[in-house]
Design a protein around this ligand. Structure first.
Ligand SMILES: *Cc1c(COP(=O)(O)O)cnc(C)c1O
Length: 381
């Protein structure tokens, strides 16, 4: 088979999945003439809150903004340290830097690419004020076992749940476990608004702090402002509301989420079954029974870069998520030795994964991966 025979689904690493009515919803928002934060955004907030089973959700412009605002709403700032896995999208770390705090990089488990309680305990210092677990691949991170230690030291948990919309932690949806949780609704996430994000606050004060922070520090709601001749600016603020156009997309996605949830689980299980036949790759486990998988990642134990090139040359859009942050020049001041993360950085490979794929696409990717592994092995020996 030549590269041109690559099935369409396998040739895209990740891509948005649209149900159809998004197009009309966007037209409607455009024609309404109200593009900023408005009733459509507020309806989206209420619907997400109902879906998660929480009293309130604050919609924002992106997942990065959600993390930034979440940190600020929790009182994190200059002089503070935030424990975060090095193996995450650089957005997690830039949000910490934007708050004025510093990252304290931590290791992850090779089996899940998520932090474990002992990684957190090992890394915290007297300056640590927050822990930002990344729910890699959509998998919940349960730190309940060390909650007492964290509480006693005044450390808050701010979840980077960018991958994990719809996943569960035990019987509860991620976002409803009591942590401060941040979601991304960017183009390739489990639910997309085009661009967008959300903060799930822990209480009313945090919710109103997050609303002020996303809206330039203005104390009044948009509704209140329209009835008054003035407004009050209470403090620091960002311009990070979710536009009505984006919220309109999100509302359609949420109504149809069950389809995506089922499809992502099926695809991940199809990969799991196919990959069993291959030696020298280990599937990163997402706990698929509880998780809406965001991606499908394997560890290639030898010659990952050769395997990557082979797959790319066959038109299969594999990727690496993510190059470790503690090795990035921007974060050099906070570098420390993280041997597990450094070796994982050389092994991880994300396979094409999005709801537009079918089982045939999965079989194709697995068979080309098998060829790539055999050809890499023969080059090495
Ligand atoms: C996507 C993502 C973000 C940032 O979300 P945006 O909406 O793209 O700003 C943060 N952390 C992780 C792990 C992500 O994958």
């Amino acid at each position: 088979m030549t590269a041109s025979a690559t099935p369409a689904g396998a040739g895209r690493g990740a891509r948005p999945f649209l149900h159809g009515p998004e197009r009309d919803a966007v037209s409607e928002a455009l024609l309404s003439g109200q593009y900023g934060h408005g009733p459509v955004t507020e309806a989206f907030e209420k619907e997400v809150a109902a879906f998660l089973g929480v009293p309130d959700v604050v919609a924002v412009a992106s997942g990065t903004a959600a993390l930034h605002i979440g940190l600020l709403a929790a009182g994190i700032g200059p002089g503070d340290e935030v424990a975060v896995p090095s193996l995450t999208f650089c957005a997690s770390v830039q949000a910490i830097r934007a708050s004025g705090a510093c990252p304290r990089f931590i290791e992850v488990s090779p089996d899940t690419l998520c932090v474990q309680a002992q990684d957190v305990l090992e890394a915290i210092t007297p300056a640590t004020r927050a822990v930002m677990p990344v729910l890699y691949g959509g998998r919940a991170v349960d730190l309940a076992g060390i909650q007492d230690v964290l509480d006693a030291r005044g450390i808050v948990v701010i979840e980077d749940a960018a991958h994990a919309f719809g996943s569960c932690c035990g019987p509860k949806r991620v976002g409803s476990t009591g942590a401060l949780t941040c979601f991304s609704y960017d183009p390739i996430k489990n639910l997309t608004c085009g661009e967008g994000g959300a903060v799930v606050p822990r209480n009313e004060q945090e919710a109103s702090a997050a609303r002020r922070l996303r809206g330039l520090g203005i104390a009044q709601s948009a509704g209140q402002r329209s009835l008054a001749t003035s407004y009050g600016v209470d403090g620091f603020g960002l311009r990070a509301h979710l536009s009505s156009i984006n919220a309109a997309i999100g509302r359609v996605q949420l109504r149809n989420f069950a389809t995506v949830e089922a499809r992502r689980k099926e695809l991940w299980r199809a990969y799991e079954a196919g990959l069993k036949k291959l030696d020298s790759v280990a599937l990163v486990d997402v706990d698929v029974d509880h998780t809406v998988p965001f991606n499908c990642v394997v560890r290639v134990l030898r010659a990952r870069d050769g395997v990557f090139r082979h797959l790319r040359s066959r038109g299969v859009e594999v990727g690496v998520h993510y190059p470790p942050n503690h090795l990035q020049p921007a974060f050099a001041p906070w570098h420390r030795s993280l041997p597990m993360t450094e070796s994982l950085g050389q092994q991880i490979l994300s396979l094409p994964f999005h709801p537009g794929m079918d089982d045939e696409d999965v079989h194709y990717v697995v068979s080309v991966l098998g060829q790539a592994l055999r050809s890499a092995a023969s080059e090495v020996s």
